[in-house]
Design a protein around this ligand. Structure first.
Ligand code: SAH
Length: 226
């Protein structure tokens, strides 16, 4: 059988259902998250020709030295974020755009920032083609988006040694921020609930491995090969 990697076929849908079953077995219970994973055609966020890998529970290179997160990690982070319909969500690290698509499927209004020009442009083109419409920003996630703050939810998808103060400031009272925190090979998935500006509840949820959150932007339009 031949597949057209630009399309979403029954075969792809079947592989996604299998992935959802696997994520359930690994302990993901949030039905709205699982439903979103069941809908978003992850294979279209990776280079063509990787059909078999697209629905395996593993991270994958997306060019410019970056990766699309492992589905389990996306599901786990999204579950911790407790996104509701209509929530204004800031994502740091657009990458492939896959996580943004998941949040949009859940009814969030998504603002997403990417520091690598090539990835920013690719994600914008792909998500638009698929009918997903977050607001895209090319910039430094360390600064967040003060002009659009406050946010109900903030999701950081790159590893920072600590959660940037600017982002905590841009979180609404009652808001939730989820981020992998740490500077070594592994980071601790950290969840902050901002009860008010001087009362932030922090909980930790196990070890993960992310690419680093880097300061500034890299105007690299023809950088690492895809
Ligand atoms: N959410 C992505 C995963 C991306 S990996 C997805 O679903 O595919 C992390 C991404 O964060 C990379 O694309 C990296 O370039 C980006 N990144 C790293 N530091 C950043 C910063 N300071 N601001 C914005 N994006 C950043």
């Amino acid at each position: 059988m031949r597949y057209n990697d630009q399309e979403d076929t029954l075969r792809h849908k079947g592989l996604r259902q299998q992935l959802v079953r696997e994520l359930r077995d690994k302990g993901i219970t949030d039905e709205r998250v699982l439903e979103a994973i069941n809908k978003v055609p992850r294979h279209l966020f990776m280079d063509a020709g990787h059909l078999e890998l697209a629905y395996k529970d593993q991270a994958f290179p997306i060019g410019a030295g970056q990766t699309i997160s492992q589905p389990y990690t996306v599901a786990f982070q999204t579950s911790l974020l407790e996104v509701h319909e209509g929530d204004k969500v800031l994502e740091i690290g657009t990458g492939s755009g896959y996580q943004a698509a998941i949040l949009l499927e859940m009814g969030a209004r998504v603002f997403t920032i990417e520091r690598q020009k090539e990835l920013f442009l690719n994600a914008q083109a792909l998500l638009t083609r698929l009918g997903y419409h977050p607001r895209f920003f090319y910039g430094d996630g360390y600064e967040g988006l003060p002009a659009f703050a406050p946010f109900d939810r903030i999701l950081i998808t790159a590893a920072a040694p600590e959660v940037p103060e600017a982002l905590i400031r841009q979180l609404k009272t009652g808001g939730i921020l989820v981020a992998p925190v740490g500077s070594g090979d592994r980071q601790v998935m950290t969840r902050m609930v901002k009860h008010d500006k001087d009362n932030i509840e922090i909980t930790r949820h196990g070890d993960f491995a992310f690419v680093p959150m880097v300061k500034g932007t890299s105007n690299q339009t023809n950088g690492a090969a895809r």
